[in-house]
Design a protein around this ligand. Structure first.
Ligand code: PXP
Length: 243
């Protein structure tokens, strides 16, 4: 069965808007595990705009399932990963001005820099995957580097409309088959929601999907009713006649 990795970065985004302790991405991760998440994924960005190192350390202590750390493929970030000890690392391209990870890693051009990072992490027993576009050249470069697996970027499929949807799905299917044929473990993610996940989840070679935005967005909508009811009840119970 395909594993579900739940990305809780956006919970930390809301917390950072006030620089206080709530909402806590660790508590959200524990609820996600209760609901069936197999993996918890967080992206420790170089600008620390949402997840902080202490969040990753607390997740490491409290999760029962696997912890997957997304990060830039630099030696500095590798140092953080070696002390935080996630089960898995997914190397992603990172640009400070981007809203979210925009494209896959260019493993073909940056192989030399990534090689050292991949080997240091793997020597420490951390499984390493590379976030790549569904492009066979990138998959081959990933295998050359000695990565354990790849996460195929599903963003182009998710953003496509009309006949492009089938083409982009086919690109993901072909890339998944090629990667598995090279002995790489295949994950997928980015932009997946309840309306587009089914054909991707049906791809036999994909063993893990990482999903963040749509789950956190839905959680806000599902939780709004309860949150407002609780506050309304307290205000009503205070018994002020008002004016
Ligand atoms: N996989 C990777 C490598 C990502 O960078 C992200 C976004 O943080 C995701 C999956 C999840 O994407 P989304 O938030 O669109 O579900």
């Amino acid at each position: 069965m395909t594993r579900l990795g739940v990305n809780v970065d956006h919970v930390a985004t809301v917390r950072q808007a006030r620089m206080i302790d709530v909402p806590d991405p660790v508590e959200a991760a524990l609820l996600a595990e209760q609901a069936g998440a197999d993996v918890i994924t967080v992206h420790l960005r170089e600008d620390r705009r949402h997840i902080q190192e202490r969040d990753v350390a607390r997740l490491r202590q409290r999760l029962t399932g696997a912890l997957n750390l997304e990060m830039a493929g630099t030696l500095e970030m590798a140092g953080h990963a070696l002390s935080l000890k996630p089960d898995d690392v997914c190397l992603v391209p990172e640009r400070r001005e981007e809203l979210t990870t925009e494209g896959g890693l260019d493993v073909v051009s940056h192989g030399k820099q990534l090689e050292d990072v991949v080997s240091r992490l793997r020597e420490a027993g951390i499984r390493v995957s590379l976030f790549v576009d569904p492009d066979v050249k990138q998959l081959e470069a990933g295998r050359e580097l000695g990565a354990d697996g790849v996460e195929i970027h599903t963003g182009a499929y998710c953003n496509a409309g009309g006949p492009r949807v089938a083409q982009e799905l086919e690109a993901v299917q072909r890339a998944a088959a090629a990667a598995a044929g090279m002995g790489l473990e295949v994950h997928g993610g980015h932009g997946l929601d309840t309306g587009n996940v089914t054909p991707i989840a049906a791809i036999g070679e994909i063993v893990e999907l990482n999903i963040g935005h749509s789950i956190v967005a839905r959680a806000i909508m599902v939780g709004m009713l309860q949150a407002v009811k609780e506050m309304k009840a307290l205000i009503t119970a205070a018994g002020s006649p008002g004016r």
